[in-house]
Write a protein that binds this ligand. Structure first.
Ligand code: AMP
Length: 634
């Protein structure tokens, strides 16, 4: 079958298409209705069917390949390396499931996971899935304020964490950050389960903090039956940034998520049972959440959990793993490749990479020089794919197992099966023609595995994503363009969300953190192009007291203090690359910040239509400040 007909069937006859794909996973009770879309935009997939993600990831493989590798956990930081076969991983997950139950965790309860990339993190997620608990992973790069906001929203009955992680040789004190977050939280969790890696001091709170290893000893023989869940029950919540300071809890189901991931493994990622899949992302970002934790195991492949960076202590970290474990498919982000590009290729080529068949890159636009460099260096196909936390799996890609159309530099390809993608005019909602820039939207229903709703806030789900145009379509908030042959190109966000090294951040969150600094009267943060990281945050601050900032060294101290504050509140991805002090900010007469103009000026572009600007001098001042060698007071 050609890809075109495969795709067409998925949008013309979603019921028939997905009923077939659903055979890729085990169901305990068959579903009686493939799709219920009687209450748009809320789509329910595989109604009445019961299944379990942990069963499909592990138990299912116990008869056919119990001794095949399932999990490879490598820390380039501590030198630790552990492997688990499907049988061994199953045993560990049963133990952890029993531990969670002994702490009172049950079906529908939330478990927040704030952990470094270690085997226990993966095991905990599978254990949650086994007993029907809802897991919510919070990325370890987030600091206490961001974590507290997520704790308050998810209201977990348990948080699972560790003493520390490590990145580039630097210890990250998870437990300390967690304690700070719990102190800030309005809904502190009753219990915390802690893995002690011996990397940092870990004072315990009596009665609240439990020790993972001690509890595990008590459940060595545990066997916990799988909890069969109705397909539409909630498997997980994964927070993502929006344009308000409040993060959005992207809620996903059980059956739809399993079917979607299994289908992508067979069609896009070409996963074969017994192979090894190495996704270098983090379980706290959607790419890792889907393609480290679940998708490889659903396809019977081993998955790699890697702690570290690709360049510390040297550039051989990833490639050593590829060579040693015969990795066949790798998944990463363009930023990581841009970092590697700065080093001699010998550190990559010195390894036997003959097992590697393809590299997938997602999370941000893949620029042509990076794509060319990595294709030449590795000598394998590189597949750009476009998606979002909300989708959970690619919206655009070339589904290599079915599609042999050539790649086009800078393009993530064509819409993936299940997604009725369109480009529409930002103002009118009318369809764009070829080579005409518009917003990427998706006609409902969203396919299986996508966002069901925003956790606890159906109204926000509808108003955020489905109410931009007269016709209810899902808005991605990405600009796109389609060429004459149907290849799409993503041209950046339409909203105030920025993408730093493939990490999505709301400028609002960064502004809120900066506003709390004593000498800040007003602040605007925009994302500015960066050759390495894709984008970086840049802040413009109106100080309460500007006079002293006329002194360059005082301005520099204030800039650093603000950068540290963001580090502490949100984590280092949000840290503004520069903080400029100004006397006014460019706004419309109705008081709306002219962010696009601000961003354009920072990138040396034409600021566009300024007829609505209240005070044209504001933009001129910003131009002057940007031209200066150091930040100055206005
Ligand atoms: P996140 O939800 O953190 O995964 O970020 C999703 C956003 O990253 C999208 O809305 C896009 O702006 C951007 N993005 C993801 N993948 C790609 C890609 N392949 N090309 C261009 N932009 C991408």
């Amino acid at each position: 079958m050609s890809y075109e007909s495969f795709y067409q069937r998925s949008v013309d006859d979603p019921d028939g298409f997905w009923a077939e794909q659903a055979r890729r996973i085990d169901w305990q009770t068959p579903f009686d209705r493939t799709l219920d879309y009687r209450n748009p935009p809320f789509a329910r997939w595989f109604c009445g069917g019961t299944t379990n993600l942990c069963h499909n990831a592990l138990d299912r493989w116990l008869t056919s390949q119990p001794d095949a590798l399932a999990l490879i956990a490598v820390s380039a930081e501590t030198g630790e390396e552990r492997t688990f076969t499907f049988r061994q991983l199953h045993t560990e997950v049963n133990r952890t499931a029993a531990m969670l139950q002994s702490l009172g965790v049950g079906r529908g309860d939330r478990v927040l996971v704030y952990m470094p990339m270690i085997a226990e993190a993966h095991i905990t997620l599978l254990a949650c899935a086994r007993i029907g608990a809802i897991h919510s992973v919070v990325f370890g790069g987030f600091a206490s304020h961001s974590l507290a906001a997520r704790i308050d929203d998810a209201r977990p009955v348990l948080i699972v964490s560790a003493d520390a992680g490590s990145r580039g040789g630097k210890v990250i004190p998870y437990k300390k950050l967690l304690d700070d977050a719990i102190a800030l939280s309005h809904n502190p969790p009753p219990q915390v389960l802690l893995v002690d890696r011996g990397l940092a001091d870990m004072p315990r709170v009596a009665g609240r903090d439990q020790d993972y290893a001690t509890l595990r000893e008590q459940h060595l023989e545990a066997r916990v039956p799988v909890c069969w869940l109705e397909s539409g029950e909630i498997s997980c919540i994964l927070y993502t940034s929006g344009t308000t300071g409040k993060p959005k809890g992207v809620q996903r189901d059980v059956g739809g998520y399993g079917v979607a991931l299994a289908t992508t493994m067979a069609t896009i990622f070409g996963g074969k049972a017994g192979g090894v899949f190495f996704c270098t992302s983090d379980i706290g970002w959607v790419v890792g959440h889907s393609y480290i934790v679940y998708a490889p195991l659903l396809a019977g492949m081993a998955t790699v959990v890697f702690e570290g960076t690709p360049t510390w202590p040297d550039c051989s970290q990833w490639w050593r793993i590829v060579e040693k474990y015969r990795v066949s498919r790798m998944f990463s982000a363009p930023t990581a490749i841009r970092v590697l590009k700065k080093f001699p290729t010998a550190q990559i080529r010195n390894h036997d990479l003959s097992s590697l068949e393809a590299l997938y890159l997602a999370g941000e636009p893949l620029d042509e020089p990076t794509a060319r460099w990595v294709t030449e260096t590795l000598g394998i196909p590189v597949v750009d794919n476009y998606w979002q936390t909300e989708s959970g799996w690619p919206i655009m890609a070339l589904a290599r197992a079915l599609d042999d159309r050539p790649t086009r530099p800078g393009s993530p390809g064509m819409p993936v099966f299940g997604y009725n993608v369109q480009l529409v005019n930002e103002h009118t909602g009318e369809l764009c023609g070829p080579d005409e820039k518009g917003m990427v939207v998706i006609e409902g229903p969203l396919p299986p595995g996508c966002i069901q709703t925003i956790w606890g806030d159906d109204a926000r789900f509808v108003s955020t994503y489905w109410s931009l145009f007269e016709r209810p379509v899902y808005a991605t908030f990405d600009w796109g363009i389609r060429d004459q042959d149907g290849y799409y190109f993503i041209l950046g966000r339409t909203d105030d969300v920025i993408n730093v090294s493939g990490h999505r951040l709301g400028t609002r969150e960064i502004e809120e953190s900066i506003s709390g600094y004593a000498n800040v009267a007003e602040v605007a943060v925009v994302g500015v192009k960066d050759t390495l990281k894709g984008q970086v945050a840049v802040a413009f601050v109106i100080p309460k007291q500007g006079d002293s900032l006329l002194l360059a060294d005082v301005a520099q101290q204030e800039e650093q203090a603000i950068q540290h504050r963001v580090d502490d509140n949100l984590g280092h991805f949000g840290r503004p690359a520069r903080v400029y002090f100004v006397s006014r900010l460019p706004k419309t007469r109705s008081g709306k910040m002219l962010r696009r103009a601000l961003q354009a000026v920072c990138e040396g572009r034409d600021p566009g239509d300024l007829t609505t600007i209240e005070d044209p001098e504001a933009l001129r001042e910003i131009q002057r400040v940007l031209g200066g060698p150091t930040a100055r007071a206005g």
